[in-house]
Design a binder for this molecule. Structure first.
Ligand code: MG
Length: 189
C-alpha cells in the first residue's frame, strides 16, 4: 500500500485511505471480521472523538490554543475508525463524502457539538445492531456521511486540512506497525 499523496485534496485521498485502513486492520479470526472487531471499531470511533474534544478543551485554557499536532493526530484517529466502519458494512465512502459536503457548511458553528451528536448517532445504530440484531445500512451510511461532515467542520474550525489529518494518521499507524507498538495506549508510542 503506497503512501497517500499529501498534495491531493482529501476527497481524492478518501478511497485509498479507506483501502489502507482495511489493510492495516488486524483481526484475531481467519474468517474475517468478528464481533470483537465491530465492538473495537465502534468504541474506537466514540473514544477518539472524546480525544478530539479533550485536545480542544486543553487548548481552551491555554493562550496559544489547542496543540495543533495533537489535534491533527486525534482527528486522524477518528477518521481511522470511521473508515473501518464504512468498509465493514460495504458502504460507499464516496456517497458519504457527497453527504458530508452538504452537511459540513451547516456545522460551521459548534462544530465539535455536531461531531459529538453525529458520532453518537452512529454509536446508537451500532448499539441497536448488537441489542436487536437489526441494521439499516442506508441509515448507517447517512449517519456516517453526517459524521464525516461534522469532522470536516471541526477541521475547518481548527484550520487543519482534512488531507493533512489523513496523511498524518497513515504515517503514525504505519510507523507503529513498523516498530511493533500498535497495541497499548499513549500518544508517544
Ligand atoms: Mg487518539
Amino acid at each position: 500500500m503506497t503512501n497517500l499523496d499529501p498534495t491531493l485534496p482529501w476527497s481524492c485521498l478518501l478511497s485509498p485511505y479507506c483501502d489502507w485502513v482495511v489493510s492495516r486492520w488486524t483481526t484475531k479470526t481467519e474468517a474475517g471480521l468478528a464481533e470483537r472487531d465491530y465492538t473495537v471499531m465502534t468504541l474506537g470511533f466514540a473514544g477518539e472523538t472524546g480525544e478530539v474534544a479533550e485536545a480542544l478543551l486543553a487548548g481552551a485554557t491555554t493562550p496559544d490554543g489547542p496543540d495543533r499536532l495533537m489535534l491533527t493526530k486525534e482527528l486522524g484517529d477518528v477518521s481511522y475508525y470511521w473508515a473501518r466502519i464504512v468498509r465493514a458494512f460495504g458502504l460507499s465512502e464516496a456517497r458519504c463524502a457527497e453527504r458530508a459536503m452538504r452537511y459540513a457548511p451547516t456545522a460551521r458553528e459548534n462544530a465539535m457539538l455536531h461531531l459529538c451528536a453525529r458520532v453518537g448517532r452512529v454509536t446508537e445504530l451500532m448499539k441497536k445492531r448488537v441489542r436487536d440484531d437489526t441494521l439499516d445500512a442506508a441509515v448507517l451510511e447517512g449517519a456516517l456521511g453526517d459524521a464525516l461532515g461534522a469532522w470536516l467542520a471541526v477541521c475547518a474550525q481548527a484550520g487543519i486540512g482534512p488531507a493533512e489529518a489523513l496523511v498524518l494518521n497513515q504515517r503514525k499507524v504505519n510507523d507503529r506497525h513498523a516498530r511493533g507498538v500498535v497495541r497499548g495506549s499513549g500518544d508517544n508510542r
